[in-house]
Design a protein around this ligand. Structure first.
Ligand code: PAF
Length: 288
């Protein structure tokens, strides 16, 4: 397995791979890899000949009051994990190469990037789409894999890919959860054991909403949201709910009545750590 940090070298490698008709898969990450990331790598291995995993904590997607500096990093461990999961190349560019002096061009998806996460974190998706567009440009993948946990991010990236006419298939892979249901996230490491127990309230609230749809045939989003808030507060009384939203999976337009395309997503601050999660409200999967 190769570890590459130079953009020029990365481009050379991918050009050669493309000339050899190799199918390139890209898994963009910010490092501090957990089982969720590894499942994305495994998926990329399944669908491509060569898998590139990028590690780049992207300053452009963090607001000044967010955790860019504190964001957990462990490159050595990440490289080992990528190797043992079947990755072929780890790309770790430098911030100063990605954003050289006088950098002033951003990729900005409009409508679907402005609600939910985009509303709470106004420049977040602009940062995400800019770095992902740059990574796509440098590595020229045939496929790229993103996690459903960051569902809006995946939809926004897919939109960008379509709008810019990039010949890349975007694969969205299922959320990987801890035993108790908490969605895996690099930020889970911020919790002490007591706080960590309370963090399960996100998953539990999604689960009771889905159960209410299935068993009680409740489809009114406001009613479901009320139940979710109650449950979150009963598990974590200090939780700060940023949003709980029932939207159409593709368009991210809010829905009053749950239907087969509805996803519920939420962002909640648990003891100062902002977590997000989501669940399709009908159909199979994501119910432990
Ligand atoms: O999901 C993430 O880890 C990041 O937002 C991504 C896609 C790697 C872009 O920095």
């Amino acid at each position: 397995m190769k570890v590459v940090s130079s953009i020029i070298q990365m481009r050379k490698i991918t050009r050669t791979l493309a000339a050899d008709r190799k199918k390139i898969g890209l898994v963009p990450t910010m490092g501090f890899l957990h089982e969720g990331h590894l499942s994305l790598i495994r998926r990329a291995v399944r669908f491509s000949d060569i898998v590139i995993v990028s590690i780049f904590v992207n300053p452009a997607q963090f607001a000044p009051d967010e955790d860019f500096e504190a964001y957990p990093r462990d490159e050595k461990n990440d490289i080992n994990k990528i190797k043992s999961t079947g990755g072929d190349i780890v790309f770790i560019p430098k911030v100063s190469d990605i954003y050289p002096d006088n950098f002033q061009t951003y990729v900005d998806v409009e409508i679907i990037a402005k609600s939910l996460e985009g509303k709470s974190r106004p420049l977040h998706f602009r940062g995400v789409t800019t770095i992902v567009a740059k990574l796509f440009n440098i590595t020229r993948p045939d496929i790229a894999v993103f996690g459903l946990k960051d569902y809006q991010q995946a939809i926004v990236i897919r939109q960008m890919t379509r709008d810019l006419g990039l010949p890349i298939k975007i694969i969205i892979a299922p959320t990987v959860r801890e035993k108790d249901g908490l969605a895996m996230s690099s930020r889970n490491c911020y919790f002490n054991p007591e706080q960590r127990k309370e963090a399960v309230c996100l998953y539990e609230s999604l689960r009771i909403a889905k159960r209410a749809v299935k068993d009680e045939k409740i489809i009114d989003s406001a009613v479901l949201k009320g139940r979710m808030i109650k449950l979150i507060q009963s598990i974590c009384p200090t939780a700060e709910i940023d949003y709980i939203a029932f939207t159409d999976f593709e368009s991210i337009i809010p829905v009053k009545k749950v239907n087969k395309n509805t996803i519920c997503s939420l962002a909640v601050k648990i003891h100062g750590v902002r977590l997000i999660d989501n669940m399709k409200m009908t159909g199979r999967g994501q119910l432990l």
